[in-house]
Design a protein around this ligand. Structure first.
Ligand code: PAF
Length: 282
């Protein structure tokens, strides 16, 4: 059975009844098969699964999609039930921020100002602040985050390490459509034609990964990714396509690396990334 609570008081009562290990999956709702994979990973690794559903105003810029972000609680609950969640916490903005928007927020450090942070100033301050609040409220042993939002996952790991939060962060691989499109709640904004254009992101990543698998060096991997992006269905406006090390630090020459892309397709900003292994070069 999946219990639904909205207030922090009801959450505290329900949480007190969960004995054994607790895994949390934090979401903004509009759940899809990617979230379901997170829920199933939590189900396998923890005794109890708590899901949070909250569209966090702190992480949206003034011209972003906070108002039109899909809110689909009924179907979200169905997915939570199907995946065996024990408890869903779906607070209102007033429940989460009873004193108004917090003036004290977490600072993500330099990585928070790069990549997504460059295009979305304040985004990771808002993400880390709500993640920390949700960790305090749900007190999980494990918290599951998708690799699809790789910069978010990396920053949450750093926050937990730097601030001694007693929760283990588990990264879960991205779920893709058969044609390569990474699942995202924002995909529902795309028209059929835009969806075709959106495939340029995953095509670029695949081309980079194939180049790395052939043993190409970092420059050639990035060049292959750019060529694939440029030769896909036209219409995507590239924000960034970068190759970093696995911790998102610049300049990998060999070993585990990450290729990350962000682009606008119509009014929708999409991100994707892939892990790869760079062969050593003399
Ligand atoms: O990845 C998301 O859906 C959000 O950024 C999160 C982690 C739920 C915080 O609002």
């Amino acid at each position: 059975m999946t219990d639904l609570v909205h207030s922090r008081e009801d959450l505290a009562k329900a949480r007190a009844g969960l004995t054994g290990t607790v895994g949390v999956v934090m979401t903004m709702g509009a759940l899809h098969a990617g979230h379901e994979t997170l829920l199933r990973a939590a189900r396998e690794q923890a005794d109890h699964v708590v899901v949070t559903i909250f569209v966090n105003p702190l992480q949206f810029g003034p011209n972003e999609d906070f108002d039109r972000y899909p809110r689909t609680l009924e179907s979200d609950l169905e997915i939570c039930r199907r995946a065996g969640a024990d408890l869903v916490f779906a607070p209102s903005v007033a429940d989460m921020y009873p004193n108004g928007q917090p003036t004290v927020r977490l600072h993500p450090g330099p990585l928070g100002e790069d990549l997504e942070g460059l295009s979305r100033p304040g985004f990771f301050h808002g993400v880390l602040t709500v993640v920390m609040k949700l960790l305090q409220l749900t007190r999980p042993d494990l918290a599951f985050f998708g690799e699809k939002d790789y910069q978010q996952l990396t920053l949450v790991r750093r926050m937990v390490r730097d601030l001694d939060v007693p929760t283990r962060i588990v990264g879960v691989p991205t779920v893709r459509e058969p044609d390569g499109l990474a699942l995202s709640s924002r995909n529902r904004y795309l028209s059929a034609a835009e969806r075709q254009v959106a495939l340029t992101l995953s095509a670029a990543l695949r081309a980079g990964a194939s180049a790395a698998a052939r043993g190409d060096d970092a420059g050639a991997v990035l060049a292959a990714a750019h060529r694939a992006f440029d030769s896909g269905t036209p219409g995507a406006r590239l924000d960034y396509l970068v190759l970093t090390d696995a911790d998102l630090e610049p300049g990998p020459v060999a070993g585990p690396a990450r290729l990350l892309v962000a682009a606008w397709v119509g009014d929708t900003r999409l991100i994707d990334n892939i892990g790869l292994e760079l062969a050593p070069h003399a």
